[in-house]
Design a protein around this ligand. Structure first.
Ligand code: GRF
Length: 298
């Protein structure tokens, strides 16, 4: 129940407790204030003024008190958002200039994972943020109808956007991502070069994970076992992972984080791939969270 509420309202446990306290305090406070008001105004019980005061306190007073109490308990923004949502159902705020801030005021960050392979990284990221208050995996974008990541999306109940090459350079899906309020795009095994149209729409909001230590062993064709083979053919003693921003060149955006692993004497590209995957699973979700926290502060 608590977990469901936290997820639904996208709040932390502490805020959830404060919100519930605010709700309970506000109910009794409104009832008490209504009674006091009736006495002070010397209203005849069940008379017109009495009923009018009661109804007004319920329709207006309660909501104002909710905001004031929310302010004192430090959860004002939750109640403000909540009230705006209720009011918008009655036609307020719609088509007005405040409609957009209402949506962006939401603190939760939505991640779209672009993946077209097995999706083991996607699964780790989904697991990491499953019960997270404020960050969620909202969408899987895929360009391969046979990709394992599609079954993961189905199991997790995460919507999928399937892309074909022709549409990748057009605005349609970019608008869709904007409409879905995607804040961060995470490439996790997505092999197509990201087009300028997407980079311009999400500046500094697209990151990738590469299974080697960039700037070496990156670029077109450097994926899967080809990377590990190239690293080993070059006689490297270590390899690793690189999390980096995506720009218009393959694997050349600014590096966010790297982790390394040793290449043993009897290493094979296959055994190296296992080590690299383990590093990716260990660090990628946590680094995404760190990055989002930095974005929230900026
Ligand atoms: C990972 O090794 C990642 O570095 C690369 O693609 C692979 C995806 O693996 N970009 P998975 O589909 O997440 O298992």
């Amino acid at each position: 129940m608590i977990e469901r509420l936290k997820k639904r309202w996208e709040v932390s446990t502490k805020d959830l407790i404060l919100i519930l306290i605010t709700f309970s305090v506000t109910g009794s406070l409104t009832a008490w204030l209504t009674g006091m008001l009736a006495i002070w105004l010397e209203l005849e019980v069940y008379g017109f003024g009495w009923w009018f005061t009661k109804i007004m306190m319920l329709l207006v007073g309660y909501w104002v008190i909710l905001l004031i109490a929310g302010f004192f308990f430090g959860v004002f923004s939750f109640f403000w958002k909540f009230e705006k949502k209720v009011l918008s159902r009655f036609g307020f705020f719609k088509n007005s200039a405040t409609a957009i801030p209402l949506l962006t005021e939401d603190n939760s960050y939505s991640i779209a994972i672009f993946a077209s392979g097995a999706g083991s990284n996607a699964q780790k990221i989904i697991d990491h943020f499953r019960d997270h208050a404020g960050i969620r995996v909202a969408l899987i974008v895929c360009n391969n109808t046979k990709a394992g990541v599609l079954s993961i999306a189905a199991n997790e109940g995460i919507p999928v956007l399937l892309l074909d090459k022709e549409h990748f350079n057009h605005t349609g899906y970019v608008n869709e991502l904007k409409q879905q309020k995607i804040d961060l795009i995470v490439l996790a095994g997505f092999l197509w070069k990201v087009p300028p149209i997407l980079i311009e729409a999400f500046p500094k909001k697209i990151i990738n994970i590469h299974p080697a230590l960039l700037p070496s062993y990156g670029g077109k064709g450097m994926y899967g076992s080809a990377v590990h083979k190239a690293v080993m053919d070059a006689g490297e003693k270590e390899s690793g992972i690189t999390i980096h921003y995506v720009d218009e060149q393959y694997d050349q955006g600014n590096i966010i984080y790297q982790a390394t692993c040793h290449i043993d004497e009897n290493e094979t590209p296959e055994s190296l791939a296992v080590k690299i995957h383990a590093l990716e699973h260990e660090f990628f979700p946590a680094k995404i969270e760190e990055l989002i926290n930095q974005m929230k502060k900026a």
